[in-house]
Design a protein around this ligand. Structure first.
Ligand code: HEC
Length: 175
């Protein structure tokens, strides 16, 4: 293999010498990257529920308090592993903004781009708050994250039933 590679290089070099180095430099500069075939097998609904909402729920379920039979319960993580999961959820939300901008998902509208970038921005805030173990910043980031979801839905998913509710914790946490 190295031999074959060496031969290819020297053949290319000979052509460069023959044509003049300038020609080769120009060819290298104008070479376009191969188009990438993104896997867009998930429709928007699956991306929303299985990636974006799943990550957002982790953030929302880790901030604030719920009232239980035993009294008020703080939802903030209690150990490094718990905080790490919130950090990871924040990172997923940052990248989710990018996923929404992929060709094939991006309708090419300026506001869509702004809503997607705002999702990434809120993801950073969730991640930073979790990294800093700052439960108040995490709560605020969660509230602003919710507004970022709603802002896009109000334009692009008007028929969406209002399912995402920041207060859903109270009926999910029993202890
Ligand atoms: C850039 C735009 C955009 C952003 C930001 C966005 N969404 Fe969506 N969302 C959509 C669109 C478009 C649909 C409609 C998808 C469909 O059913 O075709 C949708 C649908 C949904 C659905 C319904 C899926 C179903 O069952 O039909 C949920 C749940 C959802 N989004 C959650 C969220 C959450 C949570 C966030 C924020 C953390 C968020 N979305 C941010 C565009 C967005």
């Amino acid at each position: 293999m190295p031999k074959a590679g060496g031969r290819t290089v020297s053949a290319a070099w000979m052509i460069c010498v023959f044509l003049g180095l300038g020609a080769c430099q120009e060819a290298a500069e104008t070479k376009q990257p191969e188009p990438v075939a993104f896997d867009l097998g998930f429709d928007m609904k699956t991306l929303m529920t299985h990636v974006i909402e799943a990550a957002a729920e982790t953030a929302w379920d880790s901030a604030g308090e719920v009232v239980t039979a035993e009294g008020e319960k703080d939802l903030a993580p209690v150990d490094d592993e718990g905080w790490y999961h919130v950090e990871a959820a924040g990172a997923t939300l940052v990248e989710s903004g990018n996923l929404l901008l992929l060709p094939g998902r991006n309708p090419g509208k300026e506001d869509w781009t702004a809503f997607s970038k705002s999702l990434s921005m809120m993801g950073h805030r969730v991640k930073d708050a979790a990294k800093a173990r700052d439960r108040h910043a995490l709560f605020q980031a969660g509230a602003d994250l919710y507004s970022a979801c709603v802002a896009c839905h109000q334009v692009y998913a008007l028929n969406l039933p209002v399912k995402v509710d920041l207060n859903t914790n109270s009926d999910q946490v029993t202890d």
